[in-house]
Design a protein around this ligand. Structure first.
Ligand code: DGY
Length: 330
């Protein structure tokens, strides 16, 4: 019987690799640095399946060079690195990992929100640099109150919903905009649906949870930032290009908004000398939204199961192009 060949483009949790190895011949990219497009193309040239990372660009030249590929299994919820229509056209199933990472990512959205609101990073640095000379002063280190404020959510998918639920724990009013309105969630949690302009204008904290698509590229630009409150804080846990970085820099330096918490950047990694990193009113993280041990392990295991299901000609637990099932007869 044909033993399928699989390429895994990063080191992942060993139990996920073990699972794959039981049913397939396995090769793993050995370095922490991602493979170049040429190396990736070479690695995927003869394989039946690949377990891939958000930074691996899966485009037409790569797909042309990988004629045996039956399944691509992404260890992430975002799919903006994959030319999904092209994969679908070629009958390649694409797996991904929504759900298992939503709670961990929402936890970190709240960490950014709280850190930016209460100036956690800025004051930590100030203490460590030896600046704390006066023990307490009523007017020092004032920040924004989180409890009782309004949290705006753009994109009420799995992560947006978990972030909104955390807001309820802080007695926040939740307003949201999403591609599809969610009357069941409005009824269950008291969320209020609003058009984007109202969400921008009324939010004390605005948290972005939309996928990166041509429609959401620079969804937040100068025009949108100018509609926000000068006291507002923007949190981006989605993808860097959802926000126009130049416009955000202007907004943060000209006082159109008060601060930002950013886990994602455009470009990524953000160069260390980028002017936005010099601003005290910005809290930054290196794209680690889902990086809890539990979530990342579950993501790797789910991605491994998706991969194996696709290789066996079965339905995936989480499939981004289930419209293929009919033509593949599964
Ligand atoms: C995702 O799941 O899309 C994250 O950005 C990667 O962990």
């Amino acid at each position: 019987m044909h033993r399928p060949r699989v390429y895994v483009t990063r080191q992942i949790f060993p139990d996920a690799l073990d699972l794959i190895e039981k049913s397939a011949g396995l090769e793993v990219w050995p370095d922490d640095e991602p493979p170049t497009p040429e190396k990736l193309q070479e690695a995927l040239a003869d394989v039946d399946g690949a377990l891939i990372n958000v930074m691996d660009r899966i485009d037409v030249p790569l797909l042309d060079a990988a004629p045996n590929l039956k399944v691509l299994s992404q260890v992430a919820v975002g799919l903006d690195n994959i030319d999904l229509p092209e994969a679908t056209k070629r009958g390649i199933l694409v797996g991904y990992t929504p759900g298992v990472l939503a709670k961990a990512t929402a936890d970190l959205a709240f960490a950014l929100l709280l850190a930016a609101a209460r100036r956690v990073v800025e004051s930590d640095k100030w203490v460590r640099e030896g600046n704390w000379k006066i023990s307490h002063h009523p007017m020092f280190w004032l920040g924004s109150e989180v409890n009782g404020s309004t949290l705006g959510i753009i994109g009420l998918g799995g992560i947006g919903l978990e972030t909104a639920k955390r807001g309820l724990g802080f007695d926040m009013k939740i307003i949201y905009h999403s591609r599809t309105r969610k009357p069941d969630l409005e009824a269950e949690y008291g969320f209020e649906y609003a058009e984007p302009d109202r969400v921008l204008a009324e939010s004390d904290f605005l948290s972005l949870h939309v996928p990166l698509t041509p429609e959401t590229h620079h969804y937040i630009g100068e025009k949108q930032l100018k509609k926000m409150k000068p006291t507002a804080i923007l949190v981006n846990m989605s993808r860097g290009p959802v926000v126009d970085t130049g416009a955000l820099y202007k907004a943060l330096t000209k006082g159109w908004i008060a601060g930002a918490g950013l886990d994602v950047f455009d470009p990524e990694p953000i160069p260390a000398d980028h002017p936005i990193l010099r601003l005290d009113n910005v809290v930054v993280l290196p794209h680690i939204g889902s990086a809890s041990i539990r979530s990342r392990r579950e993501m790797c295991l789910l991605a491994a199961r998706n991969l194996l299901a696709g290789l066996k000609g079965e339905r995936l637990e989480q499939c981004a192009n289930p419209e293929l099932y009919e033509s593949l007869g599964i």
